[in-house]
Design a protein around this ligand. Sequence first.
Ligand code: IMP
Length: 439
Amino acid sequence: MTTVVVVGTQWGDEGKGKVTDYLASSADVVARYQGGNNAGHTIMIENKKYALTLIPSGIFSGNKTCVIGNGVVVNPQALVDEIAYVQNNGFSTEHLVISDRAHVIMPYHMLLDAWQEEQRGDTKIGTTRKGIGPAYVDKFGRSGIRMCDLVDEKNLEHTIRSVVQEKNKTFVGGYGSAPIQPEPLVEQCRAWAKILRPYVRDASVVLNDAIDNGAHVLCEGAQGVMLDVDHGTYPYVTSSNPIAGGVCTGLGIGPTRIDHVIGVAKAYTTRVGDGPFPTELNNEIAHQIRERGFEYGTVTGRPRRIGWIDTVVLRHARRVSGITGLSLNSLDVLSGLDEVRICTHYECDGVRIASYPARQEDVYACTPVYETLPGWTEDITGVRAFDQLPRTTQQYVHRVCALSHIPLAMFSVGRNREQTHLVQQLFSARPIGTHTSVG
Ligand code: IMP
């Protein structure tokens, strides 16, 4: 049995879906541990594009148990739609498990998200307006509704009425808006519950039993380390913990059960939303990378900001997540550049800064310092092994790994499953065709 965690090392959109989808073929269970439908995973299977926001991308890999953990905030309508989407594409949702402790995003959370962003004005965070932040606020404020409440037919009406009564104090008193009406919300919740109830279970029991029985478990994070509420570029962050430690709280798995942590990075950097981005480019190279890499948000369609790879960020990600191997993705997107740059450290008033500052004002005051390497012109999308990459590409990858202090575990040269390649064996070997059944 092996437990592998896949974590984003930058500001999300590093290609975790692709890496998870690839590794899922060797796993028995795939589990998502945080975030909500703010995250978008795009997976290419046999030249067909699939997009998911909540269900682990392992759902496309056959008979896997796919878990939505307690650390995820669930928009029930989005999940109901996604279940239908998976089924309509010919895949089964029979092995989907939704944690009974996962918090529910209610329609009023989305309203609050939009209002709060508008009120922030120039200091807006650039949220996806999916209600993620307000749902986590209610979770930690102990006024949230969990999946176990949503599917509790007997007490649902009472739960909704008492929460709505509280919410209306803010909505009517604070924002001067019309009160939320409990009746339609109760009806809506009943309809969601009818579809979701069969999937709701104690996910921590499912996962720990699976590990005890020798299953290979793959834990999938959303967003990336730099969007982590504790270790990211606060306040320009999401409201959960994408770092590997989020697995323990978000799935109910102890830290001693984790074997490998794969940090996923693009060969360059992207960011959507506001906030500092030291290696950002606003030139023709950025334009070229954005168009070649289709760098537009999966959830919001916003053009992503583009920059060179930043090893200050990767070292930070390695430290806070205990990353054991790097998956360096989208190397093909850099083809055709005369030279490529790697940020090694920052400088501020002549002082060398080697680790990411806590205060955003300090980040703005920093200048990134680069190492410049020769680029490559070859089309590398058909490369199937590391030693088939052009010498300059290999040199670039080696340098990124050396500066980040992370050994290479995987790389990718395109969006398809066949364009992702493993360098380091992750799941322990077992006879081909044997899979551990998960109860
Ligand atoms: P929220 O998660 O919607 O509250 O947004 C907070 C910040 O995280 C914003 O900058 C979003 O653009 C960013 N964000 C949230 N989800 C993703 C993602 O999946 N990829 C990239 N950025 C994201």
